[in-house]
Design a protein. Sequence first.
Length: 88
Amino acid sequence: MLTVHKNRVVSDVALQQAAVRQKELDFYTNNFWIFGGTTVILAGFSLAQLTREIPEGTNPALEYTYLGFTTLCLSLDLCIATWTVLVC
């Protein structure tokens, strides 16, 4: 009788542990999907900024800096989007 009770307690604890692990997995998966969605939106904004025309008479150093940072932002956004798709 004691063995039956012990086995039931052990199986209940194992089920609770599995439920906690499932909640953790859902939490991290949802975080990755949120990161991916936000990154795709930011990548769209970055791409829109790259297609904008830079005004005439802009200092070339400022122009190259603007294009460099915008390209860097787009590259990192696409990298993060790829990672979130591959991890999930």
